[in-house]
Design a protein around this ligand. Structure first.
Ligand SMILES: Cc1ncc(COP(=O)(O)O)c(C=O)c1O
Length: 432
């Protein structure tokens, strides 16, 4: 039973059947609710800021299909554009003008990107960018940060965030030592650790990759000077700086975290929002570096469905909607209202919490904090988070089912949705 107050019979039946069909009953691990206990609800449909499950229960959604739904689920303008595109076919496997349009929009928006390559997921974008980092610098080692997640490719499954952190898994079996031998790690927000790695590996580090605002170990903002420091250290050492903006791109600001903080990396990965809910990833950067990608250059990377017309259409329409005046002010305002409200309520009820938000991305940890890195995040009372999570779910609020995932708001969330959510938070935290 996931709860006692709402009926979830159909969800339970479907999930029970799924367990025999798919590992853990899911297509991606965090969906299985392992870290919060109970069973997941099975979705029937989504619209705006809401989800309906197969038993007919309605929830306010703060997951937004893990980020893409920044304009709200099933936005009517995105759906209409998709209907029109569908009539022309689902995949060309050949050049199409929609790729040019989305590429231009991405290049105009994201400071570091002069050329872009579209792929089908964030994982693919990060895999490809790593190959490019190594090819361009002719060096093999990279630095990533503990708790940051860059998809599930072998080279990144070292002290990774997201589902790996949620499930408390060790670095995954099946990943050959040779694949991760060049992956060095440092705590987030620790410039001294990064400097030490460069000193210990002179001339060997291709670059540093990070989530400029971490979402996959819970929400962790960069300390003042951290991103600037990384820019300097990488430049001094002839290494590349790569922002993985799969989550933060077009969410932290229209031009991503790099626009928000005024730090221009050499390369950037994107996903989620730029596909408007369809499978898309992308990587881009300086023309000189991107020109190494096949067929312009020798670094091979390809994809049957890459740049497909449906995904490009959903991305173009989503970015058009985000360009309307006031969108990011609105997202900032409602998200701050949500998080400040949660923090105040929690503290009044005597809970140790900390948290924050930037634009449409937020987080709340059950620890007094401050949380600067994954070690700090792990001090959270995850058992309490689990109880909080289930009580919120029973009362119609759908949060990410893990202490180590950020939350997302959208343009479809109204002030009333936030007020309703805070009323539920108050009820739940007073009795937790
Ligand atoms: C920062 C970051 N990079 C990469 C990925 C992997 O993207 P995908 O799940 O589309 O493969 C994610 C997914 O959550 C992410 O948040």
């Amino acid at each position: 039973m996931i709860n006692t107050t709402i009926k979830t019979t159909k969800s339970q039946e479907i999930f029970a059947a799924a367990q025999n069909l798919m590992p853990g009953g899911v297509s991606s691990p965090v969906r299985a609710f392992k870290s919060v206990g109970g069973q997941p609800i099975v979705f029937d449909r989504v619209k705006g800021a809401h989800i309906w499950d197969v038993d007919g229960n309605k929830y306010i959604d703060y997951v937004g299909t893990w980020g893409p739904a920044i304009c709200g689920h099933a936005n009517p303008e995105v759906i209409t554009a998709l209907h029109e595109a569908l009539e022309k076919g689902t995949s060309f496997g050949a050049p199409c003008v929609l790729e040019n349009i989305l590429a231009e929009m991405v290049i105009d928006a994201v400071p570091s990107i002069e050329m872009v390559r579209f792929v089908n997921s964030g994982t693919e974008a990060c895999m490809a960018v790593l190959r490019l980092m190594r090819a361009y610098t002719n060096r093999e080692k990279i630095i990533k940060f503990e708790g940051c997640y860059h998809g599930h490719a072998d080279m990144f499954l070292v002290k990774a965030g997201s589902g790996v952190a949620t499930l408390g898994l060790p670095d995954s079996p099946g990943v050959p030592k040779s694949a991760t031998k060049g992956t060095l790690t440092a705590p987030f927000n620790d410039l001294e650790a990064v400097k030490a790695l460069f000193q210990q590996n002179p001339g060997e580090i291709a670059g540093v990759i990070l989530e400029p605002v971490v979402g996959n170990a819970g929400f962790i903002a960069p300390d003042a000077g951290f991103l600037e420091g990384l820019r300097e250290i990488t430049q001094e050492n002839g290494a590349l700086l790569v922002f993985d903006e799969v989550m933060t791109g077009f969410r932290i600001a229209y031009g991503g975290a790099q626009a928000k903080f005024g730090i221009t990396p050499d390369l950037t990965t994107l996903g989620k929002v730029i596909g408007g809910g369809l499978p898309v990833g992308a990587y881009g950067g300086r023309r000189e570096i991107m020109s190494m990608i096949a067929p312009a250059g020798p670094v091979y990377q390809a994809g049957t469905l890459s740049g497909n017309p449906l995904a490009m259409t959903a991305g173009i329409k989503t970015l058009e909607l985000l360009q309307k005046p006031g969108t990011y002010d609105y997202l900032e305002r409602i998200t701050q209202k949500l998080v400040n409200g949660m923090l105040t309520i929690a503290k009044e009820a005597g809970h140790s919490v900390c948290g924050g938000s930037i634009s449409a991305m937020f987080g709340l940890f059950f620890t007094s904090g401050p949380v600067h890195n994954y070690e700090d995040a792990k001090k959270s009372d995850t058992a309490k988070f689990g109880r909080f999570y289930r009580a919120m779910l029973e009362r119609g609020i759908y949060l990410a089912p893990s202490q180590f995932e950020a939350g997302f708001t959208s343009l479809a969330h109204t002030e009333e949705d936030i007020d309703q959510t805070l009323a539920v938070v108050k009820e739940v935290l007073s009795n937790l």
